[in-house]
Design a protein around this ligand. Structure first.
Ligand SMILES: NC(=O)C1=CN([C@@H]2O[C@H](COP(=O)(O)OP(=O)(O)OC[C@H]3O[C@@H](n4cnc5c(N)ncnc54)[C@H](O)[C@@H]3O)[C@@H](O)[C@H]2O)C=CC1
Ligand SMILES: O=P(O)(O)OC[C@H]1O[C@](O)(CO)[C@@H](O)[C@@H]1O
Length: 397
């Protein structure tokens, strides 16, 4: 049985990739950081997955995902060994953690080549980030240093960006009852990937969709669908809600969410010269789906890492900049950015870092360093204006 080394045995790692690989008759070796989870995966070599049916949420289907084991990222030698004879590598560690898996991957690749293993290998990136492939390749090149090794990377390693469509929410204590490895997931099975990024034979993975226009597809996922999700979370947080379904069922919030998605969606259609109709249908159905309390999620999870979500090429500012480029005034995205600047969750480290930045340098510090905005720009003025309005407690939504 061929082996996949998958970094990140979290929600998407177990709730999506594990199933894909099991059903494609591949073995999954998870590389993680949590000792207990690694021990459990090695003890049972399987875990239960509950797939919730989108249209008949009460008819959830439980299955057992098998052929799994796990190793710790700190055990560099084992990681190196596993990569040296792997069929495929994949990730779902969170964009901010990609930097921490570069060294072990490079060591594994070097070991492959030292062993004269010159079969081509692909790295599937399962993170919510635009241009993850470009970013990750830069990290690999920096770590490899040597020109000869960089040539080897170019020749033998495919760095493939993907779009994970499935939603895996926060696991509550009740959900994990009976088995801490148990995971609940949304029903989406599709796995779109960048068709042109593979090296060698394209791996046979169930439900993998080879897309021609991957760049448009992925940017739309982040700038429109993930964006509207984040907008619900940040506006909901300001209004004191805890769940996404509560926030989206608030008429004022729903209206702003819808308008924000129109701003980025229309800008994207113009940028890529495609029709907006299909995107509009999807925006409507996504908003409806978020209203369903059976598929609920927490505002804290969806809004997690606000600094990443406010960065210049991510779901809020990325869409706002593109909108402005196409002469669409992104008032609603700016309001959402201002709300995001108020996101303060003690357990979310990046929200603490953001609040420290704001305490020292004001919201301007985030706008300049993270959003990469100029102080004389339209977006700067709009976001700061909304930030002040929210700070002063005026009700604008
Ligand atoms: N949850 C969801 O519905 C979706 C998530 N995504 C993306 O998938 C990625 C993972 O998200 P989730 O699974 O929800 O998060 P998660 O927090 O449940 O999983 C991340 C996993 O990576 C592990 N990890 C962190 N640093 C690591 C390192 N240096 N080496 C090895 N493992 C490490 C964590 O311990 C955890 O098990 C993110 O980029 C997210 O944006 C994409 C689509 C859907
Ligand atoms: O996983 P991130 O990038 O922190 O953001 C959460 C977003 O990703 C998802 O988990 C899946 O796309 C959504 O629930 C949400 O829009």
């Amino acid at each position: 049985m061929e082996k996949v080394v998958h970094f990140g045995p979290g929600n998407i790692g177990r709730g999506f990739f594990g199933q894909l690989y099991y059903e494609s008759k591949l073995e999954t070796v998870y590389v993680g950081v949590t000792k207990e989870k690694i021990q459990l995966l090695n003890k049972y070599r399987q875990y239960p997955l509950v797939v919730m049916d989108a249209d008949h949420v009460k008819e959830a289907k439980e299955m057992i995902i098998k052929n799994v084991r796990a190793i710790n990222i700190s055990d560099l030698q084992k990681v190196e060994e596993e990569i040296s004879n792997a069929y495929l590598i994949s990730t779902s560690v969170g964009a901010k953690n990609l930097i921490h898996i570069v060294k072990p991957i490079v060591k594994g690749l070097k070991r492959r080549w030292e062993n004269k293993e010159y079969s081509k290998i692909n790295i599937l990136l399962g993170e919510n980030m635009v241009d993850t492939d470009i970013y990750f390749k830069e990290l690999l090149v920096k770590e490899l240093q040597d020109d000869h090794l960089i040539n080897m990377l170019n020749e033998y390693v495919g760095i493939v960006d993907t779009s994970v469509e499935r939603l895996v929410p926060n696991m509550t204590k009740e959900m994990k009852q009976g088995n801490p490895l148990k995971i609940y997931a949304g029903s989406s099975y599709d796995f779109p990937v960048n068709k042109y990024a593979f090296k060698g034979e394209i791996p046979r993975i169930k439900n993998m969709i080879l897309l021609d226009s991957f760049q448009y597809y992925k940017t739309r996922k982040i700038f429109v669908y993930n964006s509207l999700h984040a907008v619900v979370a940040y506006l909901g947080f300001v209004k004191g809600y805890q769940h996404i379904s509560e926030a989206i069922n608030d008429h004022h919030i729903r209206y702003i969410v819808y308008c924000s998605a129109l701003e980025s969606g229309k800008a994207l259609a113009k940028e890529f010269n495609v029709s907006f109709t299909e995107t509009l249908d999807k925006i409507n159905s996504m908003i409806e789906r978020l209203r369903d309390p059976d598929l609920d999620d927490t505002i804290i999870r969806v809004g997690r890492d606000p600094l990443r979500k406010l960065s210049d090429n991510d779901r809020i500012i990325g869409g706002a900049k593109l909108a402005l480029k196409h002469r669409i005034l992104p008032l609603n995205l700016c309001l959402a950015a201002a709300a995001a600047l108020h996101f303060r969750v003690p357990t979310d480290n990046l929200s603490n870092v953001m609040q420290d930045m704001i305490d020292i340098g004001g919201p301007e510090e985030v706008l300049e360093k993270i959003c990469k905005l100029q102080s004389d720009s339209i977006l700067w003025g709009l976001i700061l204006g909304y930030y002040e309005i929210i700070s002063k407690g005026y009700k604008i939504f």
